[in-house]
Design a protein around this ligand. Structure first.
Ligand code: ZN
Ligand code: ZN
Ligand code: ZN
Length: 302
């Protein structure tokens, strides 16, 4: 991975202007390794004006309580940065399965998500992105019923956090890869003000929504708008795809180097900017490119 030299002009500025905040909101998933507040440093260093984090190790069910000092530092740094709080989000850990037919796992998932919502609230993060889970062969109807039940349960908290349902790649036993089905789930989530959508371009593409040309993107976004409504889209995950159209393979690729390519992704960036929807990259970090390069590539497409 390429290391960038420290910048001569600090990106933190007490005079963070509203003008800057209204500019393109684009960034990446950043690490919290070491301390939660370091996520803001990572985002600032990468010239992000939107970002996503895991509030803890995503491979564990539960986390220790947040350290109040880290929370304070996180909030202070975010305030001082040019990043708008409303362009930040957290992603749910991997283990919870909100569609699970297994009662123990289901209850544990609800508990885990409730904890995660409270953590976001404490940190002042307005959005929590969640996957929709696997019905594990118990059938779509059953999975969706369990999912909606879980989502309505976790939304009972007083936390000031909006749950964003992320469209899936359409893997076996999953629900919500199809916009119509996603809207069916979304419309059953109550209270509706506590819910929104996170659209992932890689997932949409491998689920069968062609995004390669401007025309393809216009068509796909229209389908999204007609069923779910663009106003409900709160965060966009901008990822290219290693998998082909309709392959249902959830493998993200570098911006412009995958199966979707520059034209389609560029058009998506433009549409999101026009609609003030923050963009978060979840692209790989490898010998080909790091976050710095993918973010700057994505910005250049606008
Ligand atoms: Zn996700
Ligand atoms: Zn995603
Ligand atoms: Zn993915």
């Amino acid at each position: 991975m390429i290391r960038r030299p420290p910048r001569s002009t600090p990106l933190y500025s007490s005079a963070a202007s509203d003008v800057y905040k209204r500019q393109m909101q684009i960034g990446a998933h950043v690490s919290i390794s070491g301390s939660l507040d370091l996520a803001v440093d990572n985002a600032v260093e990468r010239e992000c004006n939107a970002f996503q984090i895991f509030t803890r190790n995503p491979r564990s069910w539960f986390a220790k309580d947040l350290d109040p000092i880290q929370v304070k530092k996180f909030k202070e740094k975010l305030q001082k940065s040019r990043i708008d709080r409303m362009a930040t989000c957290a992603h749910m850990p991997y283990l919870p399965n909100l569609s699970s037919p297994d009662e123990d796992g289901y209850q544990k998932s609800i508990k885990s998500m409730t904890q995660e919502i409270e953590r976001c609230h404490e940190l002042g993060i307005p959005y929590l992105v969640t996957h929709l889970g696997s019905h594990k062969g118990s059938g779509e109807e059953n999975g969706m019923r369990r999912l909606v039940g879980a989502l309505n349960k976790v939304a009972e908290t007083n936390a000031d956090v909006i749950i964003l349902l992320e469209n899936t790649a359409g893997q076996k036993n999953s629900v919500g890869s199809d916009f119509t089905q996603l809207e069916e789930i979304f419309s059953k989530c109550k209270p509706s003000k506590k819910f929104g959508i996170c659209l992932d371009t890689c997932h949409a593409f491998v689920a069968g929504y062609d995004l390669r040309t401007k025309e393809d993107v216009t068509k796909a976004i229209k389908k999204f708008d007609d069923s779910i409504g663009l106003k409900n889209l709160k965060i966009l995950h901008l990822n290219d795809s290693k998998g082909e159209l309709n392959s249902n393979r959830d493998r993200h690729d570098h911006i412009g180097l995958g199966e979707i390519g520059k034209e389609g992704l560029g058009e998506i960036v433009k549409i999101m900017n026009k609609n003030n929807i923050p963009i978060v990259l979840e692209t790989p970090i490898d010998d080909i490119r790091d976050d710095f390069e993918n973010i700057s590539k994505a910005k250049s497409l606008a």
